[in-house]
Design a protein around this ligand. Sequence first.
Ligand SMILES: O=P(O)(O)OC[C@H]1O[C@H](OP(=O)(O)OP(=O)(O)O)[C@H](O)[C@@H]1O
Ligand SMILES: NC(=O)CC[C@H](N)C(=O)O
Ligand code: SF4
Ligand SMILES: [Mg+2]
Length: 488
Amino acid sequence: MDREPTFLSHPFDDDKLREECGIFGAIGMPDAANFVALGLHALQHRGQEAGGIVSYQPEPGFSSVRRFGYVRDNFTNPSVMAQLPGKIACGHVRYSTSGSKGAAIRDVQPLFAEFAMGGCAIAHNGNLTNADALKESLIERGSIFQSSSDTECIIHLMARSMARSIPERMKDALRLVEGAFSVIAMTRTKLIGVRDPRGVRPLMLGKVGEKGWVLASETCALDIIGAEYVREIEPGEMVICTEGGIESSHPFDKAKPKFCVFEHVYFSRPDSMIGGRSVYETRRQIGVELAREAPVDADLVCPVPDSGTPAAIGYSQESGIPYAMGIIRNQYMGRTFIEPTTEIRNMGVRLKLNVNRALIRGKRVILVDDSVVRGTTSRKIKEMILDAGAAEVHFRIASPPTQWPCFYGVDTPDRENLLAATMTEDQMCAHLGVDSLKFISLDGLYRATGEKGRAKEPQYCDACFSGDYPVKPSDMVAKGRIKLRENA
Ligand SMILES: O=P(O)(O)OC[C@H]1O[C@H](OP(=O)(O)OP(=O)(O)O)[C@H](O)[C@@H]1O
Ligand SMILES: NC(=O)CC[C@H](N)C(=O)O
Ligand code: SF4
Ligand SMILES: [Mg+2]
C-alpha cells in the first residue's frame, strides 16, 4: 500500500553521515546579520535542517530568528532581515547530534540567555559527550532546560558560575564540558570564539575593513563576504573580538590536538583551507595515494559526485586512466525531499544521481567515492552502472572503512548499521556485488594530509576509522550505546 508522502531523506540520502553544523559571527559592520546570512549560506553544506541568527542593537536589544530549512529560503527575506538590526550578530546552520534530532525549533541555535551582566547568544559546532550526565545533575540542582540540545548545558553552567563577566563564565562552563566544541558567542559588545582543547572542529578568524571581525567554521565563508583570512583559532583558545581589537587566552588544560580528519575527507568544502592546506588538494592527494595503493586496470575513472570528485581527479592523474563524468548529479536536489510513494520508489526513481549511459556502456569503470557508511549509495550506483551496460565496476574509497560512530558533532548511524563494522572488505565487495572494492589505508590518508603517516599518538581524531576515541564518549558508554575497543 502506498504511504502518505512524508518529508524524509531521499533514496540517496538514507540515515548515514549527517554533517555537522556551521557557525558564523560578525562584529563591527553595519547590518552584521546580512554578513552572517551570507556566511551561513557558504556553510550550508554543514547543516541543512535549520538555521538561526541573533543580532544586537541598543534599540531594540537582542533579536533572534530561528527557522527550519535553508538559509536562502529564510534569511534573504527583507522583512526577516529587518528584524535583525545591529553591528554584531552570530548564526548557526544545524544538523542535530542531540535532543529531538532536528524536530524541535527550540533546539535550533543560536541559543540565547539573559544573565545579570547582559544577554549572550551561543552557536555551537560539535557535540558534548557528557551532556546527559551534566543535564541530570543540573536539573537536580534546579536548572530548567528549555531545549533538548546538548549545547544548552553550556548556558546553565554559565548561570552557575560566580564569575563577573560573560567570557569568564564561559570559560568556567566550558572547563566542565567534555567532547568537541567550536563555539561562537556574542554579548552586546563582544564576539567570542572558542575551540575545545583538542580543536576537533574548525574555527577561523577573518577581518573586514578597519574594525570588523568575523569568525567562521571554514574559510569559504570568509571568501563569500570578501573578508581577509587572519588565522585559525588555536585548539583550546578563546578570542574576544571587539571593535577595538582582539584579545586571546588559553583557558583549558593543554591536550594533544585532535582535529577531525574527516573534515579533510568530506565535511569541509573543497575551496576551504585547513591548517594552511587546501582541502581540494588534500582530497586530490588522497586519490593519488589510492591509485598507488589500489591500482586496477580499467577504462574510466568516474567520481561519485560531488564529494568523490577531487579524489577521482587524483586517481586519474596518478593512474593515467581517463577521468570522466559517468554519474551526473541533479544540482537541484536538496538534502530532504518529499519521499515519493512506494510505487514510484519501486520504479527506481533516481532523484539525485543518474548514469551517463552513453559513456559507460561496455566500459570497465573505477568509481571513486569519499566514504561508505551504510553502503546505500554504493549499492544503488552499482545497480545503475551495471544496468547501463558497464563491463566491470571497481569501487575505490577515499577514506578507510567507517567502522565506528562519531560522537563529536557528526550524526552517524549506530555501529551495527555501519557496513564496515559488520563486514570485512571482501564481504563488502561481495555484498555490493562489484568486481573489486578498496579503501585507502589510514597511513595513506595521513600522507595525503601532508603527514609522514599515522604516528603512535595520532595527529588527528580518526575514531570513526580506528575506534581510538580521543575523548571517552561517556554518556553513550553509560547508556550501553557503544562498547569501546579493549585498549581504547
Ligand atoms: O554508504 P552510504 O550510507 O550511502 O553513505 C556514503 C555516501 O554518503 C555521502 O554522500 P551524500 O549523498 O550524503 O552527499 P554528497 O552529495 O555530499 O556526496 C558520501 O559522499 C557517500 O557518497
Ligand atoms: N552537528 C553539530 O555540530 C550539532 C551541534 C549541537 N550538538 C546540536 O545538536 O545542535
Ligand atoms: S570520529 Fe570521525 S567524524 Fe568524528 S571527529 Fe573523529 S574523525 Fe571526525
Ligand atoms: Mg556522496
